[in-house]
Design a binder for this molecule. Sequence first.
Ligand SMILES: [Fe+2]
Ligand SMILES: [Fe+2]
Length: 336
Amino acid sequence: MRLTDPIIREGPQLKVDYVACDSLGTRGMCVCIQTPDVVVTVDPGASLEPAHFPMPAERRNALLDEYDAAIRSACGRSQLVVISHYHLDHFSERRDTERYGGKTLFVKNQEGLPAKQIETARAFQNVIDGLPKETIIADGRKFKFRKTQISFSPPVWHGAEDAEPGQVIMTEVSWGKEKVLVTSDVGGPLETATTDLIADAKARTVVIDGYPTYMLGQFATDHDLVRSIVNVCRILATPAVKTVVLDHHMARDYRYPALFKLVYEKAKQLKKQFGTAAEVMGRTSAVLEGYQNYGPTRWHKWFPLEAADARAVLERAVAEGKLGKDWPSLFDGWVA
Ligand SMILES: [Fe+2]
Ligand SMILES: [Fe+2]
């Protein structure tokens, strides 16, 4: 069967399965979405959590094996598989029949990607040659499967504009009035243009990679963390949005409940469902469970990020010419 062929399948409504995410204990953001017409798995890959993840290597390896098997099983029941970009926590470069065999594979266009990702993408295409039913460059395109619509955003930045990791595509799946948006790696989101696209999509459920706080002091900054908090609060305030899942990068840092306190408070105030994938499923995030069981690794003392501190961070960044003048008022409008 090809893209345009009807898929004979009936079901109740759109279902979202958080297959493998950092909050479950493995590095990734694989989401499987089932509509009455089709099953689609977004980003069928996972990697080992880093050493600062508060679990012994043996346990982290076991979780990777467990969730990699879950990803293969999700792909096994999917007709469509999406690869948002070519980082190895978002796809597997192995020739894997269960993951790719007979699938319609939607992939990020290689054009404009960093050289390393283009190299990875080309090698991957050679490795899986002949396995998928078809491979479609998805950037900015829309597809219809009976009543299901699948839309891909134009390329958006992997975090900050012009940053080294390049760009990704976001995936939207809708059936009737129900819509799920999976952003892939947008770093919070960090960029206003990306946040505009997410808010304008009017999805009921939005799955986002939270800001990589574990890199604060290295590649990440406190003003970008606050910028991402403003953007998530703006997404939460979108009337159509009922659930926001923040996971992936943010769920590798056991300080996240303190660092994202303002977002948890805003979600509560707006009566929106919010949390990591584990939390939305009524579980404890793996990084917090690890911290409780094995104690701290890299961070020993930290404080909740309160509104006054966050606003001061923005004011300092504006004074230093790192952010536009409007950020403190955006903070007042969306967060405070
Ligand atoms: Fe990535
Ligand atoms: Fe990633």
